[in-house]
Ligand binder design. Sequence first.
Ligand SMILES: [Zn+2]
Length: 190
Amino acid sequence: MHPLKGKKQSPEHIAKRVASAAGKPRKPGAGKPANTPEVLWSKVEKRGSDECWPWRGFRNKQGYGRTWINDTGYYAHRIIFDLANPGIIPLSNHERTVCVMHTCDNPPCCNPAHLKLGTHQDNMDDKVSKGRQARFGSVNSPRAKLTAEDVAWIRIQNNYATKRALALLHDVSEATISGCLYGRYYQDIP
Ligand SMILES: [Zn+2]
């Protein structure tokens, strides 16, 4: 049975979960119009059940869909997973014990059939193993200064450290750090 069949979400469902995750009650009418489940689903281009369903809203530099609910940003595929499978994962970005991973390796995809749960370690292993597929300008290039693991780490550390600090830490130039963050280099690492 298709995961979406027979599931009808009330607009209160997601608002309630997000409000409790943020630890504050939702202010009615505050900010932008509410991203109800209907609005969120309308940003997903639904195709065949086996095909990828791209997110048509905002995407970050890595290609992942991003959306906002009550002024908090979330990954679109995480929100869509929650709408399709209510109550399984914590939505808060601070509770990343459970990762929603793509079986199709396509960052904007929001087809619930292509999303699976994994631990943070699974997610890192996945990224590193995919980084081993050689391509020009990749970690397998003889000129590569960073390993797949370094690149995955830098992308996480970028949330907490400046590019200058990351460059010092990994003994490379700030340009190399920018390249691996913004996809000019090491594009084989998702
Ligand atoms: Zn997909």
